[in-house]
Design a protein around this ligand. Structure first.
Ligand SMILES: NC(=O)c1ccc[n+]([C@@H]2O[C@H](COP(=O)([O-])OP(=O)(O)OC[C@H]3O[C@@H](n4cnc5c(N)ncnc54)[C@H](OP(=O)(O)O)[C@@H]3O)[C@@H](O)[C@H]2O)c1
Length: 244
């Protein structure tokens, strides 16, 4: 049935943790056959076992085109592709422009932008015409931070890639989710008191003055997969952060 995930094949790259794992869980609960991928095979195995039922998964390193090609050769037909893969090393070390190591600067784009493009390149031949691709960026696209211009440029590039691919790959639908702060494992290695204080500082002024739970953001991906007349859109799920 159009607009339903029942028995549809959903691939979530970045599905072993955080927002991607929440998307995988909701899609599986909606009756989809879910296949997740990420670079750490142990993490993939643990997530597949937590998802249970019809879920499957395998390792993929989106920085390695051969690994991406092998993943999709093995995955077979795909109805919906969701991309939430993200690494945090380069994001945690913001630099003023005058101190940028230009060779290292490319790392900011490696997983979130180039990894997404490699994934789409190798998934495209397997994607159903009435299917969808949903990418991920973040509110840093719209709210630049001091010493992090590349993060804003990269997130904006994902949004423009989304619009371009919605035209280029039509009638396949291509959209993106732009989350605000989300309580995923990326916050786990910050001591609790410091984390709570930082979250209060970063979200206290928002209309919804808190960070999101992963499931609250995952619902946006479910809509974009099943919203059969929606393409080229960026769905901002940020508790109102970009309004104020
Ligand atoms: N959390 C937030 O507050 C927030 C806010 C705005 C935007 N976002 C965006 O949302 C996306 C997901 O964030 P998250 O918080 O859910 O992150 P997360 O919990 O760290 O999950 C990231 C996922 O990406 C996978 N991954 C990392 N490097 C990979 C690679 N080279 N190849 C394949 N998979 C790889 C990880 O698994 P492996 O380690 O096994 O590879 C993991 O499954 C990111 O693009 C992030 O920028 C997050």
């Amino acid at each position: 049935m159009p607009g339903s995930l029942e028995s549809r094949r959903v691939v979530v790259i970045g599905g072993s943790a955080g927002i991607g794992l929440a998307v995988a869980r909701l899609a599986a609960a909606a009756g989809a056959h879910v296949c997740i991928g990420s670079s750490d095979s142990g993490r993939v195995a643990r997530a597949v076992s937590a998802l249970g039922g019809k879920a499957s998964g395998r390792a993929i390193d989106v920085r390695d085109e051969a690994s991406v090609a092998a993943f999709f050769a093995a995955a077979g037909p795909v109805d919906h592709l969701v991309y939430t893969a993200g690494d945090w090393g380069s994001f945690r070390a913001p630099r003023p422009v005058a101190e940028l190591d230009l060779e290292a600067a490319g790392a900011v784009f490696a997983v979130r932008f180039w990894g997404a493009l490699a994934t789409i390149k190798h998934a495209a031949p397997h994607l159903a015409e009435d299917g969808s691709i949903t990418l991920t960026d973040g509110v840093v696209a719209h709210r630049p931070r001091k010493a992090a211009p590349l993060s804003t440029a990269m997130a904006g590039a994902v949004e423009h890639l989304t619009r371009a691919l919605a035209v280029d790959l039509a009638p396949l639908r291509v959209n993106a989710v732009c989350p605000g702060l989300v309580l995923t494992g990326v916050w786990d290695d910050i001591p609790e008191a410091e984390r709570d204080e930082r979250l209060r500082r970063m979200t206290g002024h928002q209309p919804l003055p808190r960070a999101a739970m992963p499931d609250e953001v995952a619902r946006a991906y479910l809509y974009l997969m099943t919203g059969t007349y929606t393409t080229g859109q960026v769905l901002v799920v940020d508790g109102g952060r970009t309004l104020v």
